[in-house]
Design a protein around this ligand. Structure first.
Ligand code: AHR
Length: 502
């Protein structure tokens, strides 16, 4: 018997207006993300500042609204002053987080220039590992103060008359991790984050701040860390961060695709902790979430152990993504959208070459990985109101999960353009899924397009020369009397785009 899933959508069943920053990404001074990724002077496609225009074009296709920078683990040993002023005077440093040589040819100003070229804001991280309050407040002054003070005038002397007006700032990175330079206990981090936040806002009261949550859900200090950090920082910050990477280490696709349920559980837990501290403090303020590192990361881990240290921009964390990875990324995107009421920032980590949707060859091509497509579809078509669908789906059990819905789906309604987009993954490893969606509440809507990403080979990936993983628009979604029907091929990512007839 054919498997069938049903969904009901109503205009007024809303989760929240989506903050476009949930389609953010991340560029760290790591591997070939910056050097050989966004920046390669001498490349045939480089502009006068050395930025690769082929990469800029691909980033623009993703419509990434915000990019976290400059790390990641890197930021915990970074002197931001190394990356400003004349390039020829900038120091070459031993970069201890990733054991490379950092040439500092790209720094704060160049990155702000690049972000403008791709129409993105910067989410700037400050170093709370080796540095602290002083370096953090000086960086805010350098970036955001108009003029007439030491650091703002220094910026102007570097050719940047107008302040960068960076709104979103991250207070360090993964400070709970023993691998972090300047690793701290929750008490130590909570105190320094609160004090740094306080003076950063004294310099510029318009900024918003993200405090570090746990590095991943299985950290032994998870939950206690969040509670302690929030106890100290609650009145000074707006967001608490979450980080999580997944991998199909046991080659079990049914179990792998269920990992987004773990992500969902992680998000719910952090919301609960944030609200517990809210209650404890009798606060009226709500802390929102920034899932500012999420992705699949496992393909490159073993190989990277063999990399010789102290090279400039070696190929690090260059996961080559498969078709099944794109499906999990699709499930994770659906999960992120479903939490639009509390998740206001999310960053696919990362953007170019390092665990990234976009890859480059040094002196050669730029190309799209499998995960590029679901991320692009969500970012481009997932703007508007996240709807709260009623879904009934067949379920399955896998090694680590019970009651995994075969259909992972959500919908976004763009009231302004009168467009409705359904995102749907069929997790079934054997069968197509008959999908029925009741949209009778959306009168006069027609199907514009049914995009499908499918492939018979779960391990298929793209390369610089070949793109076997690419979506097609031959899905069979149709609408009759307000009922949308579609066959979702086994193991597929689907985007059903509807709009009101003109
Ligand atoms: O994104 C790669 C690394 O993963 C980041 O530097 C760090 O924050 C995380 O552990």
């Amino acid at each position: 018997m054919q498997k069938k899933a049903k969904m009901i959508l109503e205009k007024d069943f809303k989760i929240a207006e989506i903050d476009k920053r949930i389609y953010g990404s991340f560029i760290e001074h790591l591997g070939r993300a910056v050097y050989g990724g966004i920046y390669e002077p001498g490349h045939p496609q480089a502009d006068e500042n050395g930025f690769r225009q082929d990469v800029i074009e691909l980033v623009k296709e993703l419509q990434v609204p915000i990019v976290r920078y400059p790390g990641g683990n890197f930021v915990s040993g970074y002197n931001w002053e190394d990356g400003i002023g004349p390039k020829e005077s900038r120091p070459r440093r031993l970069e201890l987080a990733w054991r490379t040589i950092e040439t500092n040819q790209i720094g704060t100003n160049e990155f702000a220039d690049w972000a403008k070229l791709v129409n993105a804001e910067v989410n700037m991280a400050v170093n709370l590992g080796t540095r602290g309050i002083d370096a953090a407040r000086n960086l805010v002054e350098y970036c955001n103060h108009p003029s007439g003070s030491y650091y703002s005038d220094l910026r102007i002397s570097h050719g940047y008359k107008d302040p960068h007006k960076i709104k979103t700032w991250s207070l360090g990175n993964e400070m709970d991790g023993p691998w972090q330079i300047g690793h701290k206990t929750a008490e130590e981090y909570g105190r320094i984050a609160a004090e740094a936040a306080k003076v950063m806002k004294w310099v510029d009261p318009t900024i918003e701040l993200v405090a570090c949550g746990s590095s991943f859900q299985d950290m032994p200090t998870f939950a206690e860390w969040e509670a302690t950090v929030l106890d100290h920082t609650y009145d000074h910050i707006e967001y608490l961060s979450l980080h999580q990477y997944y991998g199909n280490k046991d080659n079990d696709v049914a179990n792998y695709l269920a990992l987004s349920l773990e992500m969902d559980d992680f998000i719910r837990s952090v919301i609960s902790i944030a609200d517990y501290i809210k209650a404890k403090k009798r606060s009226k303020k709500k802390i929102n979430l920034a899932f500012d590192e999420w992705n699949v990361w496992f393909h490159s881990i073993e190989g990277d152990k063999l990399i010789e240290p102290w090279q400039e921009a070696p190929a690090q964390l260059e996961d080559i993504y498969t078709f099944e990875d794109a499906l999990l990324v699709g499930c994770m995107l659906v999960t992120i959208i479903k939490h639009a009421d509390r998740l206001k920032i999310a960053c696919l980590a990362q953007l170019v070459n390092v665990i990234a949707p976009i890859m480059t060859e040094n002196s050669g091509k730029a190309w799209k990985q499998s995960i590029f497509y679901p991320f692009m579809h969500a970012s481009v078509y997932g703007r508007g109101v996240a709807l709260n669908p009623i879904i009934s789906s067949p379920k399955y059990d896998s090694r680590d999960f019970t009651d995994v819905p075969v259909l992972e789906s959500t919908a976004v309604y763009n009231e302004e353009n009168e467009q409705l987009t359904i995102f749907a993954v069929n997790r079934d490893v054997e069968d197509e899924l008959l999908f029925e969606c009741d949209i009778r509440n959306f009168e006069g809507y027609k199907v514009v397009e049914h995009i499908v990403l499918e492939n018979d080979n779960l391990k298929q990936s793209n390369s610089a020369t070949d793109t076997p993983i690419a979506p097609h628009s031959n899905g069979n979604a149709a609408i009759e009397s307000g009922m949308v029907t579609a066959s979702l091929p086994k193991l597929s990512w689907n985007v059903i785009r509807l709009e009101k007839r003109k």
